[in-house]
Design a protein around this ligand. Structure first.
Ligand code: KG4
Ligand code: ZN
Length: 358
């Protein structure tokens, strides 16, 4: 397998317009040459979630400038780029079209090969970009549109072990923040409020208690949060913090328990547990997973915060790995709003969906 030259990555599947350049250095070590992310938070905040139409227009007006900035930061011209990787699903269709069309145009007009990349594969392979990680490994993928546990066996070989049966865990954080009027995006706001709270005041029941399944569920917790908040109106800052702390602790303990069970049942040949996706930015969840991994003598890899949430470096990296194995996309590729990582697994809500959270 030959080392491939620098790859330009493009990400427009949700509410971040992002471009990045990733390559390998002379020794073969991955390097991020640039990583530009333009968040659309301001455009969406008054609606309390991502509005697909607004997102698509914002991507369209910003993407050229963001790509230029990524090339400039990497100190490379387009002629020096060996390949382009672009998110072609899953996600909001308008944004996906903007990114994919841009990549196709750049590819055709400059004779550079391009690859449509699964956004979830970007998250799944980030740990190979940041840490010296070999296949196989277990992955807890937790973000705004998906919550799954997968075995990453090899490039393109992803076995889904468990999935949420209803909401994604990021949705729980976002909806809790909306309910408690903490602002958008919800995850970081809930985490901030929880820091001042007492996690013992409200004891929420762990999801799917007593059921023999590795699957996850977060909609019951959402209702429990709503009920508890309803009992204490008007809400004081302290009660808001206590609710956030209680919810966050329950989620952290629940995810840690699921990983513990997964390692016991499916982790015999793996030495590493990876956590990826936006929710992996949460400190309490990281700490809980760290302890679980340690109990099993495993290493936990949680990529740096900037690479946990949506970014284009992970897309460039996934493309680089695929280019090195001789893959390329043709110009007739269509974007896919739904695109599960493990296509053989039974369809479940939240298992390959990613999109608007209003
Ligand atoms: O991976 P990501 O950037 O976008 C999707 O692919 O969905 O994840 C975004 C999700 C949002 O739901 C956001 O609230 C959540 O990740 N998130 C967090 C934190 N930071 C972001 N959830 C909990 N704690 C955080 N610190
Ligand atoms: Zn994501």
């Amino acid at each position: 397998m030959q080392n491939f030259g620098p790859v330009l990555g493009i990400e427009t599947s949700c509410d971040e317009t992002a471009a990045a350049v990733v390559c390998r250095d002379r020794s073969g070590k991955p390097r991020i040459l640039s990583n530009i992310i333009l968040s659309q938070i301001e455009e969406h905040s008054e609606f309390g979630g991502v509005v697909p139409e607004i997102a698509a227009r914002a991507h369209l007006s910003a993407l050229d400038r963001i790509i230029k900035a990524a090339l400039q930061d990497a100190d490379l011209s387009l002629e020096e780029i060996s390949g382009i990787g672009v998110t072609s699903g899953p996600g909001l269709i308008g944004g996906l079209i903007v990114g994919l069309m841009t990549a196709k145009a750049l590819s055709a007009s400059n004779t550079i090969p391009y690859l449509g990349i699964n956004h979830l594969e970007g998250h799944a392979l980030t740990a190979r970009l940041t840490d010296d990680l070999t296949f196989p490994y277990l992955l807890l993928l937790v973000s705004g549109g998906h919550s799954q546990i997968l075995k990453i066996e090899n490039l393109g070989q992803y076995k889904r072990i468990a999935s949420t049966i209803d909401d994604a865990v990021g949705e729980l954080f976002d909806k809790t923040a909306k309910l408690l009027d903490l602002g958008f995006p919800g995850g970081p706001m809930v985490e901030k409020a929880a820091k001042l709270g007492d996690p013992k005041r409200f004891q929420f029941t762990k999801p799917l208690r007593g059921q023999s399944t590795l699957n996850m569920s977060f909609s019951g917790l959402k209702t429990a949060v709503r009920n508890e908040a309803g009992k204490h109106t008007p809400l004081t800052d302290q009660t808001i913090s206590d609710i956030c702390a209680g919810m966050q602790k329950t989620v952290a303990d629940f995810l840690a328990e699921r990983c513990d069970q997964t390692i016991t049942q499916h982790g015999q040949d793996t030495k590493t547990l990876v956590v990826a996706g936006g929710v992996a930015a949460n400190g309490e969840i990281r700490n809980a997973l760290e302890k679980t991994a340690e109990t099993h003598g495993m290493r936990l890899i949680a990529p740096p915060l900037k690479l946990c949430t949506d970014n284009a470096a992970m897309i460039a990296w996934a493309a680089l790995e695929r280019f090195e194995r001789g893959k390329v996309s043709s110009l007739d590729l269509s974007p896919r709003s739904r695109w599960p990582l493990d296509e053989s697994a039974e369809t479940m809500l939240g298992s390959g969906r990613k999109g608007a959270k209003v």
